[in-house]
Design a protein around this ligand. Structure first.
Ligand SMILES: CC(C)(COP(=O)(O)OP(=O)(O)OC[C@H]1O[C@@H](n2cnc3c(N)ncnc32)[C@H](O)[C@@H]1OP(=O)(O)O)[C@@H](O)C(=O)NCCC(=O)NCCS
Length: 244
């Protein structure tokens, strides 16, 4: 009997017992399954994420298989001063410098199994985190976005021009465009060199922001979520590659 249904994708809050599968999954997404785990979250790191901020961690399953993982933390953030630094620095080399009373959520990482990309799994992981931000009355969510397909256009345009082109629909970026579809906005002029060690982006990222439309300034950010709101489950109809 599989842990989760096989006819759909199920997104649930991450649990410590999934941690070994989560790290193997992340290594696979980044093509590092052969023991080279540079900048891959270890199972200990994933358990730490769940311990410090359980509301921000989600895993997507297809039956028994982990097909997507997302990690988040809370931070203090001023949109006028976006963080221009390598991702591995921002995320405390994997251990997360989570600030319990931070008014913003920082999107640490999302990764979807290559066979399931473009099927709406990443979108569900984003929706789950937006809901967390709303339930905690956070100001919004900020992240660095890897400019995944910038390398294809680097001879023609600078990263800043590329980001504007993605917003205008001139280019489709397999990471940034999907985040824009879900409601994020890039901050113009906030491109980040050496953001990630990743070839197709030539290492470039850009700061992106989503503002919580329900944010109530009178209420202030909540310390924790009510217990009955924590175990939310999201599902997505399965549409594996090749299906019509
Ligand atoms: C980036 C990543 C997490 C996105 O996950 P994904 O499952 O491919 O994303 P989705 O298919 O859910 O796309 C997000 C949205 O864009 C839409 N979308 C996807 N491909 C699209 C396309 N070609 N044209 C138009 N819309 C598209 C989806 O429908 C979805 O919207 P919806 O939820 O309203 O349906 C995934 O591609 C990945 O793991 N990449 C490698 C690792 C990586 O670079 N991570 C990001 C580090 S910053």
């Amino acid at each position: 009997m599989p842990r989760f249904p096989e006819d759909r994708i199920t997104v649930v809050p991450s649990e410590p017992q999934y941690a070994d599968e989560m790290t193997a999954h992340m290594a696979r997404v980044y093509g590092m399954a052969n023991g080279d785990f540079d900048q891959i979250f270890t199972a200990e790191m994933y358990r730490q994420h769940i311990a410090v901020f359980p509301e921000g961690q989600f895993t997507a399953f297809h039956g028994d298989q982990v097909v997507g993982v997302t990690s988040s933390m809370r931070i203090h953030f001023d949109p006028a001063r976006p963080m221009i630094e390598p991702w591995w620095v921002t995320v405390g080399e994997g251990w997360l410098p989570h600030v319990p009373d931070g008014e913003w959520m920082y999107g640490v990482e999302s990764n979807v199994h290559p066979d399931y990309q473009g099927q709406g799994v990443g979108g569900k992981l984003i929706e789950a985190r937006f809901d967390t931000a709303k339930l905690l009355n956070l100001r919004g969510m900020v992240a660095g976005s890897t400019l995944k397909d910038y390398g294809l256009h680097a001879r023609e345009v600078t990263p800043d021009v590329y980001v504007r082109g993605v917003v205008e629909g001139v280019y489709f970026d397999s990471n940034l465009s999907k985040q824009i579809i879900k409601g994020f906005h890039p901050i113009f002029g906030a491109s980040i060199p050496n953001y990630v060690e990743e070839e197709s982006s030539l290492g470039w990222g850009n700061v992106i922001v989503w503002r919580n439309p329900d944010y109530d300034p009178d209420l202030g950010a909540l310390a924790a979520m009510p217990e009955d709101k924590r175990n939310r489950v999201y599902t997505r109809a399965l549409r594996v590659r090749g299906d019509t």
